[in-house]
Design a protein around this ligand. Structure first.
Ligand code: CP
Length: 323
């Protein structure tokens, strides 16, 4: 499978998504060993460029790179020359000039990763761009569902919350529908993008109707920083209408998975006992994120699936990412 960049789930076929998940499974096994390191990306240099805050994505990319023996550097906007007015393109091209092979980019602007991919020789991985896509989050979500349920096709997945602002929702919708799941979006009308049904999903504004018989309840973070726009009367009312508590969770299948990309607003979209309860796989999602990001880095740098374990060198000399 040739994966030049990872810009979004939209451009991946079902087969490509499954190959990524199969590759991640091999890496997951490595992470359970006492020595969690392989030489697969030795000699490869990666820059993690984060223009927005992150805990899970940034740290799991950093860990994935260490586990693969890559050299990595981190770029954060604060303390950089961005404050002197340097553009995204100039900043990243300067970083690339220092012989960086792969750029992992998180940016507040939708399309930032695709824009960089057009201007760099380096490979680009989208770690979340504006309201557009967050492909590695969606891949770790698919991985977690598949490991727990044994399949994705035919499952009923309810995605609940701030769909309007959510790149996580968009990536999940592209992938889950392509893999054959039935996706139901549940949100107040003000948090649903116009015409979202055209993505092949069902839409409900009533939480109980959306949760009924779901195999997976995927809660989205209510993006509090964007709520000044009058999308909701108040957080309290949102929690009353859409917050997941134990009683509401019972409307779904008895073995439904409860998922959240983090960070959670406890007491708003999810109650404490549900977040920490037996059906929650939220920390499992985080753990799987490292293996999934190892798989993405491995395949983007020219590795061949599905045999990453043992790890032959992956970057041929002529490969654009193999300087
Ligand atoms: N899920 C997610 O992207 O979390 P971070 O913002 O902490 O990376």
């Amino acid at each position: 499978m040739a994966l030049q960049h990872l810009l979004g789930i939209q451009e991946l076929s079902a087969e490509e998504i499954l190959t990524l998940l199969d590759t991640a499974r091999s890496f997951r096994e490595i992470l359970d060993r006492p020595i969690k390191k392989v030489p697969a990306l030795r000699g490869i240099t990666i820059c993690n460029a984060f223009y927005e805050s992150s805990t899970r994505t940034r740290l799991s990319f950093e860990l994935a790179e260490k586990r693969l023996s890559a050299d990595s550097v981190n770029f954060a906007v604060s303390g950089s020359s961005v404050s002197k007015g340097e553009s995204l393109r100039d900043t990243i091209r300067n970083i690339e000039a220092m012989k960086v092979d792969i750029v992992v980019i998180r940016h507040w602007a939708s399309g930032a990763a695709a824009y960089l991919a057009r201007h760099l020789v380096a490979r680009v991985i989208n770690a979340g761009d504006g309201q557009h896509e967050h492909p590695t989050q969606a891949l770790l979500d698919f991985y977690t569902i598949r490991e727990r349920k044994g399949r994705i096709a035919g499952l009923k997945v309810a995605i609940v919350g701030d769909i309007l602002h959510s790149r996580v929702a968009r990536s999940n919708i592209w992938g889950l529908t392509r893999l054959g799941a039935e996706v139901c979006l549940v949100a107040p009308r003000t948090l649903l993008p116009e015409g979202i049904e055209r993505m092949g999903v069902r839409v409900e504004t009533d939480l109980a109707s959306g949760l009924r018989d779901a195999d997976v309840i995927y809660l989205l973070r209510l993006q509090l920083e964007r709520q000044k726009g009058g999308f909701l009367p108040s957080l309290r009312e949102y929690a009353m209408a859409y917050g997941l508590d134990r009683e509401r969770a019972r409307l779904a299948a008895a073995d439904a998975l409860i998922m959240h990309p983090g960070p959670m607003n406890r007491g708003v979209e999810i109650q404490q006992d549900v977040a920490d309860g037996p059906q929650s796989v939220i920390l499992e999602q985080v753990a799987n994120g490292v293996a999934v990001r190892m798989a993405v880095l491995y395949l983007v740098s020219g590795g061949s699936p599905p045999e990453p374990v043992g790890m032959t060198p992956v970057i041929p000399a002529a490969h654009p990412a193999g300087r």
